[in-house]
Design a protein. Structure first.
Length: 248
């Protein structure tokens, strides 16, 4: 069977490309010529197709559709996840509890900066990057990891310290901060932000998961490493808002 590369798997300059993924036991292990001829690959394809039906039952048909695109060879460009085209996936990202943790961490940092005088103690609407340094913001973006228990978001994105054939997985945030001094010692801080997640449906490089997950991740990863499946890149942008009253 001829291998068709729909995504740049052979880009050796990208440390996150499939071609650079080292096997971990059977995980991300390419098929040998013997396995291609004796039916091992075809059996794994059947396992993968059946397993993705279970993924759909657990995480929704929208998630299953992206994984089936992965199994069909991948995407040539990044898919935009929006409220209109993938409403279930969008909702999973927008309502993930890590967004509240992220927003609260930002507000607490702003309050510290107000108390220490790192930013002026005055009311107004400010750009987020004007009240939190780029270095601090990058640290807080690390909070935006989507655990498995966040549903579709956890299945598709999870830990973003890896990457795919499309490059490193990223998180970014823009927006405004409204600061209102109610008295000399009390303040209201409101965030109106847009979070952008860029990630991909992919396994190599990555982790095989627990024993139960490996029933699906191992055949999928072997198909990816051998060129029969490919990464599906996606991006999702959603609002994050929070208001907090505090004493200084």
């Amino acid at each position: 069977m001829q291998q068709t590369f729909a995504t740049p798997k052979d880009d050796k300059s990208n440390p996150y490309s499939t071609v650079n993924a080292a096997p971990k036991g059977q995980f991300c292990k390419p098929y040998s010529p013997q396995e291609l001829s004796n039916g091992t690959m075809r059996l794994d394809m059947l396992k993968a197709q059946a397993g993705l039906t279970i993924v759909g039952l657990k995480f929704g048909r929208e998630v299953e559709a992206l994984w089936r695109q992965y199994l069909a060879g991948g995407s040539k460009k990044r898919i935009d996840i929006s409220k209109s085209n993938y409403p279930g996936i969008y909702k999973s990202f927008a309502e993930a509890y890590v967004n509240n943790l992220f927003a609260e961490a930002l507000i607490n940092n702003i309050l510290v900066n107000l108390r220490t005088g790192s930013i002026p103690r005055k009311s107004g609407i400010f750009d987020l990057k004007g009240v939190i340094s780029a270095e601090e913001l990058q640290i807080f973006l690390e909070i935006l990891r989507f655990p498995f228990n966040t549903g579709a978001a956890g299945n598709l994105a999870g830990n973003f310290t890896s990457g795919s054939d499309f490059g490193k997985d990223t998180r970014a945030v823009t927006g405004k901060v409204a600061i209102k001094f109610l008295t000399d010692q009390s303040v209201r801080v409101s965030l109106d932000l847009q979070v952008q997640v860029q990630d991909a449906v992919d396994l190599c490089p990555g982790q095989p998961g627990d024993r139960q997950e490996q029933y699906l991740t191992i055949p999928l990863s072997r198909l990816e490493k051998s060129g029969f499946a490919g990464d599906v890149a996606f991006g999702v942008t959603y609002p994050v808002k929070m208001t907090k009253l505090a004493k200084l």
